[in-house]
Write a protein that binds this ligand. Structure first.
Ligand SMILES: Cc1ncc(COP(=O)(O)O)c(C=O)c1O
Length: 201
C-alpha cells in the first residue's frame, strides 16, 4: 500500500508518482493520494483491483451516507489531472522552484530533513504558540503562507513548518521566501515570538 500524497503529480517521468520514479509502479497493490497537494483541492483517491475498491467503498467511514466529494471538486480534479498529463512544463517549473527553495534554505543553515519531494519541511525549535505567532508574522508582514505541523505528528518542543512551492511561483518569490525565513529565524532566536505569543494569550 502506498500513500503517495507528496509524489502524485510530481514524481516520475510522467508524474505518475513514487512508484514510477522508483520503477515499481506495477508492484503496488493499493495506491492512494490526496487531492490537497499537486491537485490543489481537497479530497483524495485510491486505485486498486476492483474487489479491493468495492470493499473499501462499502466499508470506509468517509463513504457512508452522503459524504462523497462535491461535484465541483470532482470536475476540478479531472481538469487538473488533464493538466498534469498534458502540461509537463508545469512539473518542470515546480521542480525548478523546489530545487531553488531547498538548496537556498540549506545554504542558509535551515534543517529541512531528508526531503526528496516538493513539499518542503523546515524544522525549528519552539512551542506551538510561538509557531502560531511566527506563521502570522510570515503571512502578514512577508506575504508568505505556510502551515504548521504540530504534536503528535512531530515530537513536543519542535516546530515543523511546511512550504509548498508551486509552478505558479517565480524564482523571485523563492528568494523572498528565503529572506523572510532568515528574518523569522532571527526573531525566533531573540524570543520575539515568545513575547508576542504571551501578549496575545
Ligand atoms: C503522507 C500524507 N498522507 C496524507 C496526508 C493528508 O492528506 P489530506 O489533507 O487530504 O487528509 C498528508 C498531508 O499532508 C500527507 O503528507
Amino acid at each position: 500500500m502506498v500513500d503517495d500524497a507528496h509524489g502524485f503529480g510530481t514524481l516520475g517521468k510522467t508524474g505518475a508518482g513514487a512508484g514510477e520514479e522508483q520503477g515499481v509502479q506495477d508492484d503496488i497493490d493499493v495506491y492512494f493520494a490526496t487531492f490537497a497537494k499537486s491537485m490543489a483541492g481537497i479530497g483524495a483517491f485510491f486505485a486498486a483491483d476492483k474487489d479491493i475498491i468495492q470493499y473499501l467503498q462499502y466499508n470506509m467511514r468517509s463513504q457512508m451516507f452522503a459524504k462523497s466529494l462535491p461535484m465541483a471538486m470532482v470536475k476540478g480534479a479531472l481538469k487538473r489531472l488533464d493538466m498534469l498529463r498534458t502540461m509537463p512544463e508545469l512539473k518542470e517549473k515546480l521542480w525548478e522552484n523546489t530545487n531553488a527553495l531547498q538548496s537556498g534554505l540549506k545554504e542558509n543553515g535551515f534543517n529541512i530533513g531528508k526531503t526528496n519531494t516538493c513539499v518542503t519541511p523546515v524544522f525549528l525549535e519552539g512551542d506551538i504558540p510561538e509557531a502560531m505567532a511566527m506563521v502570522h508574522d510570515l503571512r502578514e508582514n512577508y506575504g508568505v503562507f505556510c502551515s504548521i505541523v504540530v504534536y503528535p505528528v512531530i515530537p513536543k518542543g519542535m516546530i515543523l513548518l511546511r512550504l509548498i512551492p508551486t509552478a505558479a511561483h517565480t524564482l523571485e518569490d523563492v528568494s523572498e521566501t528565503i529572506i523572510a525565513f532568515s528574518n523569522m529565524r532571527d526573531k525566533l532566536e531573540k524570543g520575539v515570538y515568545k513575547r508576542l505569543a504571551a501578549s496575545m494569550a
